[in-house]
Design a protein around this ligand. Sequence first.
Ligand code: AMP
Ligand code: GLY
Length: 421
Amino acid sequence: MNILIVGSGGREHALAWKISQSPLLKQLYIAPGNAGTSQLGENIPVDGTDFEGLKKIVLEKKIDMVVVGPEVPLVAGLHDFFDNDPQLKNVKVFGPGKEGAQLEGSKDFSKAFMQRHDIPTASYHTVSTAEEGIKVLSSMKAPFVLKADGLAAGKGVLIIDNQKEAESALKEMLNGKFGNAGKKVVLEDFLSGIELSVFVVTDGKNYCLLPEAKDYKRIGEGDTGLNTGGMGSISPVPFADKAFMDKVEKRIIRPTIDGLSKESIAYEGFIFFGLMNCGGEPYLIEYNVRMGDPETESVMLRIKSDLVDILSSAVDGNLIQGSVEIDKRTAASVIMVSGGYPGSYKKGIPVSGCDEVKDSVLFHSGTINKDGQIVTAGGRVISVSSYGKNMEEALTVSFRNVSKIKFEGSYYRKDIGFDLK
Ligand code: AMP
Ligand code: GLY
């Protein structure tokens, strides 16, 4: 099979790493990819939202399956574009169509979906005027959770302690702070607990559970400071034991898949369940219609089965329920970022030492090749991912290798996994 992966981050490098191990793979292409993915396949400089550009690659390279990494092309209707084009309709697209992608593309849609299918989640109100919103806020208790309805590049959720501040933040959102994404705002109850990320591959009827993971979003140790794209991840999550995961499957995953099927929403893709463990009871915070980043960098290490076979069966609608074999070891990923991130940072800084890394897998996020040299091209630069018989061991290997990779101003969190000890 010739496969095209769409995307350019660590998630896509990790997908490329796993897909390139499949005996079913003939040629691998990544659009646009990064310096890491170029070691596994051919990078082609086309963006995921350039549907005509992707079509050209698919026809020229005789692509059999497109695997979509990020949410933006899915929400914009990439899958539908392929289905509606006679030249492309035999090409498999892994990732949901526009309708299914609303699970991530609209918070209002996803909350209403959860409610229709009795999936445990925070109670909520969707508002579209300040007057309505202020009334709702006055009936709620702090902290106030405000969410822009549409995609806002991970910045659309605000958690605010003070009611007056929540009111002004709401007005800003409705007045266009996040563009059209904030025309509607979801106000919901605050859930207190510990988060984890659970993933499935589904064909819309059956699903395969992938390893769960925990990510570390804040820039500072002890989960302090600004939010980032993710500073590290661990899989498995110790508190996600059988009893907890049984509840997750029964109360959240199965009702979601059955709900999609009952509502005749075709869905072939990943579903990422962002969960809160509230005293042993799982609540669904959000759906994403893609894998998580940096969770994928740990999750891919733990999948033993052939990922191409699983993804392709899902697109064909004949996924065998539960058919993923999982490595029992722990995987830990530590992300090295550019100095200054998530604020402003320099790009184009040479990265050295990658060849000296032993016993870890490197997944590039923000890197490019410049005249044969790997240089930084983003805030998150590289993930150092390792196995261990437990979390401490996996992290020790990752930290040892982090110290071999050098670029000016590099930073990483030394406390990944601190809350799981
Ligand atoms: P979301 O984009 O919906 O995942 O929200 C981003 C982050 O905000 C989540 O990962 C949580 O850390 C936090 N969050 C969202 N909704 C809630 C909630 N109802 N209660 C507590 N924290 C939340
Ligand atoms: N790690 C969370 C996300 O990918 O949205």
